[in-house]
Design a protein around this ligand. Sequence first.
Ligand SMILES: Cc1cc2nc3c(=O)[nH]c(=O)nc-3n(C[C@H](O)[C@H](O)[C@H](O)COP(=O)(O)OP(=O)(O)OC[C@H]3O[C@@H](n4cnc5c(N)ncnc54)[C@H](O)[C@@H]3O)c2cc1C
Length: 290
Amino acid sequence: MKIIDKLNHGDKIRISFEVFPPKTDAGVDKVMEATDRIAALKPSYISVTYGAGGGTSKNTARIANHIKSDLGVESLAHLTCASSTKDEVRKVVADLKALGIENILALRGDIPQGMPFPTADRFRYAYELVEEIRKNGDFCVGAACYPEGHVENEHKADDIKYLKQKVDAGVDFLTTQMFFDNDIHYNFLYRIREAGIMVPVLPGIMPITSATQMKRSRELSGTVFPRRFLSILDRFGDHPEAMRQAGIAYATDQIIDLLANGVKNIHIYSMNKPDVAAAIMGNLSEIVKS
Ligand SMILES: Cc1cc2nc3c(=O)[nH]c(=O)nc-3n(C[C@H](O)[C@H](O)[C@H](O)COP(=O)(O)OP(=O)(O)OC[C@H]3O[C@@H](n4cnc5c(N)ncnc54)[C@H](O)[C@@H]3O)c2cc1C
């Protein structure tokens, strides 16, 4: 089923999760096991990330297919284009189509280091990938957005202008980069709606359960951590179990605030951690029924 049809159907609260494929084939079983446990939580869908460089691309398709065909949960396969040629990207799209995958998250990905970019044989921006996917099948197409602005863009107005171009190219829904201050999200929503971007936007919530994870997230995304979060880290960062509990509580609190303010669909960056996903679902057990 297309994710956009779920998002447009009824007023139910829907929670989705994310898994990432292993770097080598040796890790596939472990990821499959984590995926099975996350699927047992009956999420709206599970997304599968795509490793830069395309090396893990076959595992993205394999895991997305397992989720859909064996576990009976809808899947969303991520696809990046910057580190692959247009022909390689077309091949992945054809493979996803052949597997019956109906949902693709179209991304540029990180610009490959030590390689000339852009080049004529690669898509430069995600909107070009969106156009390509649209030409090659009846997919539901998602894309990324950045409530704090994308790191490469100095001006937020430009970011929203390019986001509009991407959505107009054929995006059905957006998922946000992680954020830790909901007011940033509400402000972003206001600005994009004003710019005429009307597709559903799923807030992406990352439960931070260790000091190391927080450091890595900050380096990767440049995300702002509010004082309230930093106090938690100061107090519990050196106590792994306490930090884990506090991180789950923080993410739960963010989700409850979003739901209380009219958001219906939440995407959780569950990072192959079924225990964390289950703890959050447990915290929301009555809330999701409301
Ligand atoms: C929800 C989500 C999921 C992700 N999943 C993955 C994943 O699975 N694998 C992975 O490797 N990475 C993933 N990423 C990271 C993502 O690939 C990077 O953030 C990347 O740097 C940007 O990708 P994009 O698709 O947003 O690019 P784009 O939309 O192409 O934007 C990239 C930059 O170019 C600018 N831009 C866009 N169009 C134009 C234009 N016409 N002219 C000038 N500038 C323009 C934008 O403002 C932005 O600064 C994910 C990010 C998010 C938020």
